[in-house]
Design a protein around this ligand. Structure first.
Ligand code: GDP
Length: 312
């Protein structure tokens, strides 16, 4: 079994590649829930949905999030009714939020509801939210503290970021199966996701870093930073706000205590040489996932870097 730590958009592309290289049953995907929020009274888990959608064949390839062929009648109607409409919930997506909210109102945990929804979509991978407890990524800006979705979607990450914290993390526990998957996996992969707001919350779960440190030789991450900048989104600004260099070295530093290998892009080959001298294994390949072939090649490179199976 291969365990993957991931966020939403970058992570979903990577997980798609992995699921083409190994059987879906052989993957366990541990997903960030720091972006989860209540929307129109419903429980929304954006990163969990991106992973379930990509594995179920529902994900919109153009947008990289949400459901393909989506319509937005409910959103338009809510706007007309004077409800907040800045978070883009499509009609098909809404069905999933309704189902999750109903299952949880009836007493299921987020993990149980996720497993149920994934099964109903025909997903054969175990998709695990990082925690069943509420852990909320909070972004400190000059105007005050806001949630990650307010920062990212509502305000389109235009605010200066002073700090990031994961409210509730210390008092929570990782969801059932998370630590077990890290301990039992043949290899543990960290997707090319935002190191601060997608992987950071998972690492903030008590016990996760320790479990990863114990597997160090078999842990490989793929850098979301290519050529000194994030491929998309605010990862660069968030890394800088957390005192990390916006480079492959910054990614290596973020994961330094547990990383065995780092997969970097060919554009960063020179920086990779310096990292090798620190003792880190470095695999230098194309990491930009534009085509299906890019995704499968990157999946193979990550498994190889982590010391995994020969057939990859
Ligand atoms: P979010 O939860 O939607 O923010 O999604 P993720 O954290 O999973 O993905 C965002 C990160 O993915 C950003 O930091 C991007 O730089 C990175 N990313 C997106 N596409 C690619 C890609 O094709 N290659 C690499 N190496 N990184 C990517």
């Amino acid at each position: 079994m291969i365990a993957v730590l991931t966020g939403g958009t970058g992570g979903a592309k990577f997980v798609e590649g992995l699921a083409r290289v190994v059987a879906q049953e052989e993957l366990v995907v541990i997903v960030n829930t720091g972006d989860d929020h209540r929307w129109w009274g419903l429980q929304v888990s954006p990163d969990v949905d991106s992973i379930v959608y990509v594995l179920g064949g529902w994900l919109s390839a153009e947008r990289g999030w949400g459901v393909a062929g989506e319509t937005f009648h409910c959103l338009q109607t809510m706007r007309k009714l004077g409800e907040p409409a800045w978070f883009s919930v499509g009609d098909r997506d809404l069905a999933v939020h309704l189902l999750r909210s109903r299952l949880m109102a009836e007493g299921q945990t987020l993990t149980q509801a996720t497993v149920e929804i994934a099964a109903r979509m025909g997903v054969r991978t175990l998709v695990l939210p990082m925690s069943d407890a509420r852990v909320e990524t909070r972004v400190m800006t000059p105007g005050g503290e806001i949630s990650f979705e307010e920062y990212f979607v509502q305000r389109r990450f235009r605010d200066e970021v002073k700090a990031v914290r994961f409210d509730g993390a210390d008092a929570s526990v990782a969801a059932p199966g998370v630590l077990e998957a890290i301990r039992a996996a043949e290899v543990v992969l960290v997707a090319p996701s935002n190191p601060v707001t997608s992987i950071g919350p998972i690492l903030a779960m008590p016990g996760v870093r320790k479990a990863l440190r114990e597997r160090r030789e078999r842990v490989a991450a793929v850098s979301p930073i290519v050529g000194g900048a994030a491929v998309s989104g605010p990862a660069g600004a968030l890394m800088a706000a957390c005192g990390l260099e916006v480079s492959v070295a910054g990614v290596a530093a973020a994961y330094g205590d547990f990383l065995g290998a780092l997969v970097i892009d060919v554009r960063d080959a020179e920086a990779g040489e310096s990292l090798r001298r620190t003792g880190l294994r470095v695999e230098c390949v194309n990491t930009l996932m534009r085509s299906q072939e890019d995704k499968t090649e990157l999946a193979r490179a990550a498994i190889r870097a982590a010391g995994g199976r020969k057939q990859a």
